[in-house]
Design a binder for this molecule. Sequence first.
Ligand SMILES: Cc1ncc(COP(=O)(O)O)c(C=O)c1O
Length: 405
Amino acid sequence: MTFDIDFVRRQFPALAGEWAYMDNAGGSQVLSRVAARVSDYLLSSNVQTGASYGPSQESTRRVGEARKAFAAFMNADPGEIVMGPSTTILIRFLSEAMAGKLSPGDEIILTNTDHEANIGPWLKHEKNGITIRFWTCDPDTYELDLDTLSAMVNERTKLVCVTHASNILGSINDIAGIADIAHSVGAEVCVDGVAYAPHRAIDVKALKADYYIFSVYKVFGPHFAVMYGARDKLLALDNIYHYFFDKSRVPHKIEPGNINYELAWGSIGAVDYVEELGLRDGAAKGRAAIEAGFAGIAEQERALTAQLMDFLATRNSVTVVGRTSTAIAERVSTVSFIVGTESSRRIVEAVDAHKIGIRYGDFYAKRIVEDHGLGSTEGVVRVSMVHYNTSAEVDRLIAALEPNL
Ligand SMILES: Cc1ncc(COP(=O)(O)O)c(C=O)c1O
């Protein structure tokens, strides 16, 4: 496996500047090919889809290509891909479209480790008599225990909502194991994949996910989002578009309003890029190359994470929030920590001066921060790296952190 960091960095024009970007879990840098595609769509095929004239057929084809690309990206079928402006909105749409399947007394399980995007929309069902139950992580280790979930599910459980990777802890959850437990009582699983998608190949079949959502602006693309829904599950959802849309009109019945065509076409560039990384490594086109591309990404990220973790382990004042393992299957390269009772803000602001972008706070995963008393330090310091970060950048970060820890 070769990882050509020079090739990688050349794909992102912003990386030529002086800043080291380590707030990637907030939003990644954008590939030049993505920006070129957005521009090309707007300047050459910006007509409404669905008409019989040639340019309209071309714009229809381009939007269809985006569904195909994301189907390959997630190991799904194009008809199982729903697109929209953001993960928060797609989960809201999903929640609204699920109303018809829920009856008073039914239960939904949420976690306190999730971003609010996969919590708030589900709480709205409480007013219709749905019981919400929180699956909380261990107060010391932050781990979600599957035996606890097994004890929580019952024949009234209709849905388990969980993040694939925590945007604070970086830990990767055992989605297939969670799905087995949910499915054993006939419940579905809605996975927030936002903090996972930039780091590893997504295989919704292997994960046994019923719904899986992520944001393309964290995966080297524009502000756009994608949701996988298993075909039979999408068909069973309510129509949330105009009244004359039939329930069978998947995915359009849950894509109210026109989706953003130029961003759909632009987003293909992100898939194309990961595939190219795999092709450069000798993998066959398509899914195999996407998986190979992510294998290279994962290894680069593991090395960066180990470099940072090794340094943090030398500082007595530092407590890593979450797993300290750097194993590829255990965590992504999002690392959070606190420094005694110090303000996380002070530490991050000291690092800002070195032209290194990191961040402090709760990152909208507010419940885990509140439940663990991390509010008193103004949240955690979060360093979120991706594969285009370098060992030299981590060295710079360490030098900037050192006098402040
Ligand atoms: C884990 C996680 N889920 C959901 C979201 C929300 O994504 P969006 O901004 O696309 O709604 C974020 C954004 O930071 C996130 O980190």
